[in-house]
Each structure stands twice: as structure tokens, then as C-alpha cells.
Design a protein around this ligand. Structure first.
Ligand code: BGC
Length: 550
């Protein structure tokens, strides 16, 4: 194999600013994402809660992850299941209280888990008191805290912008006699982050949670923070051959989002975090310019620390091209932030179901995808249930909860199927998630993959994940080394991870047939494999991965 291209961090230190030493806790961290509604229900109402999370942290810590990321648990009418926030600084009664949150953080820290929480600054709930005040008058103190606009002379919305979920991004408000902007649901009015007081209020929110002891933020929908103040129309999207499910897909989103002033706000946010020491920030960035924006939002060590996009979250297959393109484009080179990667989360169909071509492939694909994820350069997000190899849950139309899924059914991104309850104990009703019917149904295949059954089986995905994370932790080259893609004929993917005195060769057969393979010359030995431990193989089994060291 010939070294093709070096794509990351060629000169350590160059991208690191004065407040970052390169040895931060989060560099190379594995962060376990908890979706609170579906993790564990302790108070018996069918919806997960903070006490359930605290009780389940032993399981999370036993995996060997470094941190948890909690999706929103703040006061919310739950129209977008917590991403519509009515009070940024309190806990929704469905999930518990601030005291429950403090207990959760204390338990996590006792288990040596850092706590990262979601921050949603692009919009609030329409029940937030700021919105109530803003809609009440054209001249009040908060009149401009949201994006308001007069109708066109014919009464139609001020421009052609469409919401992500469905339909126009504008809703008429009879109280003000104006339209307000919502890039997501009508119940999620967009905050006007061009307004200095709005920025100050959001930074106060950040301080509130940092003072409570959180270790970092996942910053939601960052490129939606600011729109074009002139409210000019979006142009039509170029025809790239991709299916258009929603009106949103027909536009190029150059005006409703991604305003060049967004990084200035991120620098202010970073200023707040720097006063608290070693805290971590990761941006969620989607859309047509995600890569450029991930770099922009983390640029120069003065903005956010890291960002993740959707290259793996929405990929319909796992092939060498997808991986090569993703890691080449988001390499964390000089000046750029530190990469983060996610294969599954609460918005995307679970990875094994996207990447497997049959039910029989779900298990092998889950192992292969995990090994790949944990060999990449950057932070890895592990979504609850990924450690069990859960396939995407099946949710019949009558049980759908997600407004996006309902509006676009059957051509949906399937968010409900990724949010079904976590199976804890196979033999109990609802697999031990709750004592009553959960808010989303337990998938019929999930109890057989429950935590208790997998605990008892040393060959399970759960034990595989633990071994894999222990392996990753023991290899500084994997945690912080550079990544060099190697030439290899598809369906083989190969790269090296080098650094901290280590050199590791990572080889994957992403195809369905065995591939003859000559192990590299030298004193290489097999350090980790998706198959049975042993000596260096001379053929790569279908859907398999190997890490070699010397
Ligand atoms: C979250 C989604 C949410 C949206 C609007 C996202 O990117 O991950 O779950 O619906 O932001 O807040």
C-alpha cells in the first residue's frame, strides 16, 4: 500500500490557540448521546426522565466512554420534543427538577463522566415569555427579539423561505399584524440573534448551566442563528438529482440562514466558556455548505472547539468513497477545529439499518461501523442503543409522534424510529424501559438485544463495544494521531493513524465478498478485529475490520 495523502494535523500545535494545549479531556473523547425521553422511565409515565438517566449511568460508564451528551430536558411544550424551549434555565416537570439535574451531574462526575448538554439558540418555543412579550406589541422592549415582518401588499408572507419540517417558514400573528419567522415548526419562532440583547440573554443561559457544573455544550442548528436582515428570497436549488421531499429541498438556503455574522456570536460564546476552563463545545451543522461552515464556526481556535455534520448520519450506504470524502474534507488541519463524528443520533435512521442489506447483516454491520467510527480521527458520538447494535425501530403511522415524520410520511427521515425506548431487561414488560406503555413503541426486535441479555453473553455487541473502547483508550495514536488515507481497491478502505509514538494500520472490507489480502511487510500484528482474535489474516472477510500495530 502506498501512502496517498496526509490529511490531518500535519504540524501539531499550529491550530491550537493560547487557551488550548492539545491535551484537553475532550480531544479524542467518546461521547454517549442520551435522548432523555427514551433512555429510562423511573416515574412510570411512559417517558424517560432525569432520575432514570442517573440510575442508568453505571451502564454508560461501564462502556468506557468519556462523556454524556444530554438532548434537551428543559421546560418545553414538547412540540419538537424538547427542541422547543419555553424556559432555557429550568427542567421540564416531565423530566424532573433542577435538583434531579444536579444529582445527575454529581453521579456522572463521580463516575468520571463529563456532562455535555444541548443549547438551542436559534429559536424558542412560542410559549417562551420572550415570545409572548415580543408578539404583544410593535414597540415593546422585546419587539425585535424575534424576526418579524410585514406581509407583502397581497397579504402573503414577506418572502419565499420554507421551513425545514414542512411548509412556509412564516406564520401570521394576528396580535402584531405581522408574520414571524420559524425555520422549524410554527411553534418554534426564530430568535433575532442580530440583536445584542438577545445575544446577551443567550450568553446568560450558557453561564447558568456552566455555573451548575456542565462540562460543555452541543450547540444546536448553528447555521440557523442569523438570517439576511433584508429578508431577500432564496434562489432555487440547482438540480443535483436528489429527491425533493419538502418545499425546503427546492431552495438554496443562502438567505434564511448562514449569515456571515454568526461566527462573531460564536466568539462571544467562546469568551464565556474560556472563563470556566477546560469546557467543550461542538456545533451541529447541516445543509448544503456544512463543511465550509464547520470550519468557519471552529476557525482559528477562537470559536467552537469542534463540529459534526451529516456525512455519515444520512449516508444510505457505507462505502470507501463516503469515508474518504468525509475524512478528507473534515480533517481538523491547521486553523480548523477538532473533528467530531456521528453515525447515528436522534434525527437520523440508525446506522445498521441504513448500511445493512438484510436482517442477517445487521450484526456484522453494527460491529464494522463501530470499529470504523472509533478509528477515525476526532471525537466519536455513540448514540444510546448503538452499543447494543439496535436496528431502526419500526413505528406504525398511528404511533408516529414526530411532526416532521407525520408531515412528510412516508418519505420521512424516520426520526421516531431512532427514538424508540432503550431495552434494559428482556423479560420485563416494555423491556424494562418503563412499567407502562412507552410514548413510542418498543420495537419487536429490540428486547432480544436488551442490555441484560447482552451482559450475559461475552460474544455480544455490548461486550464488543466495551473491548473496542478499551482498545481505543489504550492507543494514543487513535485518540490524537494523524490520519493518512492509503490506496486500496474498493470495497477495501485503509488508513493509518500515526502519532504519539504509534503507528496503527486500519483496514476494512466494506463489501460482501472476501478479499485476498497481503499483510504489510514488517513486524505488524493484529491488535483488534471485528472477527475472532488471532494472527494476521490473509483474506479480509466480508464486512470486517482489522487494526494492526507494530
Ligand atoms: C435537532 C433536531 C431539532 C432541530 C430544531 C436539530 O438539529 O437535532 O432534533 O428538531 O434542531 O431544533
Amino acid at each position: 500500500m502506498i501512502i496517498e495523502r496526509q490529511i490531518a494535523g500535519a504540524r501539531p500545535g499550529l491550530a491550537v490557540d493560547l487557551t488550548r494545549t492539545g491535551a484537553e479531556w475532550w480531544r479524542g473523547a467518546v461521547i454517549y448521546q442520551i435522548y432523555p425521553r427514551s433512555f429510562r422511565d423511573l416515574n412510570g409515565d411512559g417517558v424517560g426522565d432525569l432520575a432514570g438517566i442517573t440510575a442508568g449511568l453505571d451502564h454508560v460508564a461501564s462502556l468506557g466512554v468519556d462523556a454524556i451528551w444530554l438532548s434537551p430536558f428543559f421546560t418545553s411544550p414538547m412540540r419538537d420534543f424538547g427542541y422547543d424551549i419555553a424556559d432555557f434555565c429550568d427542567v421540564d416537570p416531565l423530566f424532573g427538577t433542577l435538583a434531579d439535574f444536579d444529582r445527575l451531574v454529581a453521579r456522572a462526575h463521580a463516575l468520571k463522566l463529563k456532562v455535555v448538554i444541548d443549547q438551542v439558540y436559534s429559536h424558542t418555543s412560542d410559549r417562551h415569555p420572550w415570545f409572548a412579550e415580543s408578539r404583544s406589541s410593535l414597540r415593546g422592549a422585546k419587539a425585535d427579539w424575534y424576526v418579524w415582518a410585514d406581509p407583502k401588499p397581497d397579504g402573503s408572507p414577506p418572502n419565499n423561505w420554507q421551513s425545514v419540517f414542512h411548509g412556509p417558514a412564516w406564520t401570521w400573528d394576528a396580535r402584531r399584524g405581522q408574520y414571524y419567522l420559524h425555520n422549524f415548526l410554527p411553534e418554534q419562532p426564530d430568535l433575532n440573534l442580530h440583536h445584542p440583547e438577545v445575544q446577551a440573554a443567550l450568553l446568560a443561559t450558557a453561564r447558568f448551566w456552566l455555573d451548575r457544573g456542565v462540562d460543555g455544550f452541543r450547540v444546536d442548528a448553528v447555521n440557523f442563528f442569523m438570517c439576511d436582515p433584508l429578508l431577500r428570497d432564496n434562489p432555487p436549488a440547482p438540480d443535483d438529482g436528489r429527491p425533493k421531499t419538502r418545499p425546503f429541498d427546492f431552495q438554496s438556503h443562502v438567505r434564511n440562514q448562514s449569515h456571515p455574522a454568526i461566527p462573531g456570536f460564536l466568539e462571544r460564546l467562546r469568551g464565556v466558556l474560556d472563563a470556566y476552563g477546560d469546557r467543550f463545545t461542538v456545533a451541529e451543522v447541516g445543509g448544503e455548505n456544512a463543511l465550509a461552515e464547520m470550519k468557519d464556526y471552529t476557525w482559528g481556535g477562537r470559536r467552537l472547539d469542534s463540529a459534526y455534520g451529516f456525512s455519515f448520519l444520512y449516508a444510505s450506504e457505507l462505502n470507501p468513497g463516503v469515508v474518504r470524502e468525509a475524512v478528507s474534507a473534515w480533517a481538523g488541519g491547521a486553523g480548523e477545529g477538532w473533528p467530531s463524528w456521528a453515525f447515528s443520533n436522534h434525527d437520523a435512521p440508525r446506522a445498521p439499518s441504513r448500511f445493512a442489506q438484510s436482517e442477517a447483516e445487521l450484526g456484522p454491520v453494527a460491529r464494522l461501523a463501530s470499529l470504523l467510527l472509533f478509528c477515525l480521527r476526532g471525537n466519536a458520538f455513540l448514540y444510546q442503543g448503538e452499543e447494543l447494535g439496535l436496528p431502526q425501530g419500526e413505528v406504525p403511522f398511528e404511533r408516529l409522534q414526530d411532526p416532521e415524520a407525520i408531515a412528510n410520511w412516508p418519505a420521512t427521515l424516520g426520526r421516531d424510529g431512532a427514538r424508540t425506548p432503550l431495552p434494559w431487561r428482556a423479560a420485563e414488560p416494555f423491556a424494562g424501559f418503563s412499567t407502562v406503555e412507552p410514548w413510542l413503541p418498543m420495537d419487536r426486535r429490540h428486547p432480544a438485544l436488551a442490555i441484560d441479555l447482552q451482559e450475559a453473553d461475552p460474544g455480544s455487541m455490548l461486550h464488543f463495544t466495551r473491548r473496542l473502547l478499551a482498545f481505543r483508550r489504550s492507543r494514543p495514536g487513535l485518540l490524537r494521531g494523524e490520519l493518512r488515507l492509503l490506496e486500496a481497491p474498493a470495497p477495501v478502505l485503509a488508513f493509518e493513524r500515526c502519532g504519539e509514538g504509534e503507528r496503527l494500520l486500519c483496514v476494512f472490507n466494506l463489501g460482501r465478498g472476501a478479499v485476498a489480502w497481503t499483510p504489510p511487510a514488517g513486524a505488524w500484528r493484529l491488535a483488534f478485529t471485528t472477527g475472532a482474535a488471532g494472527s494476521l489474516p490473509h483474506a479480509l472477510e466480508p464486512l470486517s475490520g482489522y487494526v494492526l500495530t507494530r
